[in-house]
Design a protein around this ligand. Structure first.
Ligand code: 6PG
Length: 485
């Protein structure tokens, strides 16, 4: 390799598909960064360096040269498809890096893999950092929201580099050290779960405005653009308006009408729900969003039911205030989905021993990422005021907002049910809220059933202890020594 490139770059990027290339270009555009680039297929590296001479990339064809081109402590961000490919690249770098060097996995890795990788690599003295990066291709280029895990020590080197490329929200870079080992990828996973829920809720709002409200996509786009000026302001609302305004060039129809209605997924929403189940955290809003995609992608079952359904309910008549009702229902449901996501973060932090700062997470989600919105300021304020609130729904701002929209929320869910419009997101959010708000739940009856068939025991409302009724005997009650669960 040319002697002139040895130790020249302060940061390297491995994997130059769109996300990697854009992140490398973003890094190169910031004062003080010299960026080394490496890709398994050199042609891709040449394309990038050829198209972007201004970036001054230090390109290497061989991994040894790439490693040599990095200043110490060497810092390399891996941007390859999550999975086996990531391990192969990590192994190549671990072989060549030295204690104190830093390997960053910037893909959408499963945080369990990140924890295992960190455990495997840390004895070598090399820092392994799993960093969630959100914002899609454009975010990678112009400023993503970054959620790095890994050691405190690695963040001393990495923090300023990541801060140089992150989005800026209200003067602050959208990056913070989330916690050790897999914390960054865990929080990115929850971000994606919330992203699924938010998208599903917006999609339900669209369906209601169209099916019940009788509006065409272009008119709904206008409604969403209006909403984007108020409390619902968010990147997802903004892009939804653009998608709805799009007209298909081939047919002249609204774009949304020519797209097959089967939603795909790459897995992070499923991970969120799986992990929330393991943590015992109800994330119904996120789960319903994952299930809604799954239902949409079952054409055989959909066709089978459609073939036996004789008639569909009559669409309810609504007046001009319907759109306003839907906006309130959307907001209240959104508050629930975010509250559930933060509950999962709190439980994950406790289980995995991460010292997570909730208001900082809300702050780094204000810019760059897919769920970016003003709304995140309210969440940051709520946790800033009282980090120990039991749920975001308890925070005065959200309690008031939900109370204010509650009647509209109920009208919308009822109208949807009567009209046969599926609203799994709105409906489950409302049921979750009602469950928390109810003084008594039928869980008491479930306990009775469990005790009846399995002697699972129960607690009483009026006396301490654990009890069992002798259901197959004289039905008298006995106090047991075990614990009721
Ligand atoms: C982001 C996105 C990004 C990706 C999702 C899409 O934060 O930039 O979340 O990570 O677009 O993985 O997920 P699905 O393909 O599962 O919808």
């Amino acid at each position: 390799m040319p002697e002139s490139t040895v130790g020249k770059a302060n940061i390297g990027v491995v994997g130059l598909a769109v996300m990697g290339s854009n992140l490398a270009r973003n890094l190169a555009s910031r004062e003080g960064n010299t960026v080394a680039v490496y890709n398994r297929t050199f042609a891709r590296t040449e394309t990038l360096t050829g198209e972007h001479p201004e970036a001054g990339f230090v390109a290497s064809e061989a991994i040894d040269d790439f490693v040599a081109s990095l200043q110490k402590p060497r810092t390399a961000i891996i941007m390859v498809q999550a999975g086996a490919g990531t391990d192969a690249v990590i192994d190549e770098l671990v072989e060549r890096f030295e204690p104190g060097d830093i390997i960053v996995d910037g893909g959408n890795a499963n945080f369990h893999d990140t924890i295992a990788r960190e455990k495997r690599i840390s004895p070598t003295g090399i820092h392994f950092v799993g960093a969630g990066i959100s914002g899609g291709e454009e975010g990678a280029l112009k400023g993503p929201s970054i959620m790095p895990g890994g050691s405190e020590e690695s963040y001393k080197t990495l923090g300023p580099i990541l801060a140089s490329i992150a989005a800026i929200a209200e003067g602050e870079p959208c990056v913070t050290h989330i916690g050790t080992d897999g914390a960054g990828h865990f929080v990115k996973m929850i971000h994606n779960g919330i992203e699924y829920a938010d998208m599903q809720l917006i999609a339900e709002a669209y369906d209601l405005l169209r099916t019940v409200g009788g509006l065409e996509p272009a008119a709904i786009a206008d409604v969403f653009s209006e909403w984007n000026k108020g409390y619902l302001e968010s990147y997802l609302i903004e892009i939804t308006a653009e998608v709805l305004r799009q007209v298909d060039a081939k047919t002249g129809k609204p774009f949304v009408d020519i797209v097959l209605d089967e939603a795909g997924s790459k897995g992070t929403g499923v991970w969120t729900v799986q992990n929330a189940l393991d943590l015992g955290i109800p994330v119904g809003g996120i789960a319903e969003a994952v299930f809604a995609r799954a239902v949409s992608s079952k054409p055989t079952q959909r066709a089978a039911v459609q073939s036996v359904v004789k008639s569909r309910p009559e669409i309810q008549k609504v007046d001009a205030s319907f759109a306003d009702d839907v906006s309130k229902a959307l907001y209240a449901s959104k508050v629930v989905a975010y509250a559930q996501g933060f509950d999962a973060i709190i439980a994950g932090a406790e289980k995995y021993g991460w010292n997570i700062n909730k208001d900082k997470i809300a702050k780094i989600w204000r810019g760059g990422c897919i769920i970016r919105a003003q709304f995140l300021n309210r969440i940051a304020d709520a946790y800033d005021e009282n980090p120990d609130i039991a749920t975001l729904l308890e925070a005065p701002y959200f309690a008031d907002a939900v109370a204010e929209g509650e009647a509209a929320w109920r009208r919308v869910v009822a109208t949807a049910a009567l009209s046969g419009v599926p609203v799994p997101g709105f409906g489950s959010a409302l049921s979750y809220y009602d469950s928390l708000a109810s003084k008594r739940l039928p869980a008491a009856l479930v306990q009775g059933q469990r005790d009846f068939f399995g002697a699972h025991t129960y607690k009483r409302v009026d006396e301490d202890g654990v009890f069992h009724t002798l259901w197959s005997g004289d039905r008298s009650e006995i106090q047991t020594t075990g614990s009721s669960h």
